[in-house]
Design a protein. Structure first.
Length: 75
């Protein structure tokens, strides 16, 4: 799509909606086109399995034991 100014079309559409004999129909058609439609969202909760995350945390913390002992000894 090339560079084409859209404001000419916009101005013509506004004039038609304000001055045309069928302006109510044009306005209603535009409102129908712009109307926000509700989307039904699926409300399904996924269960999060935190067992793996907790086990990894325990392993990491247990590996820090000797390093923490060295830090405490230096303090």
């Amino acid at each position: 799509m090339g560079k084409k100014p859209f404001y000419n079309d916009l101005i013509q559409e506004i004039i038609r909606e304000d001055q045309a004999p069928n302006k109510q129909q044009l306005q209603q058609a535009l409102l129908q086109k712009l109307q926000v439609k509700e989307q039904q969202s699926k409300t399904s909760k996924k269960k999060i399995n935190t067992k793996g995350m907790l086990l990894e945390t325990v392993f990491v913390i247990s590996a820090l034991g000797p390093q923490l002992d060295a830090v405490i000894a230096k303090i």
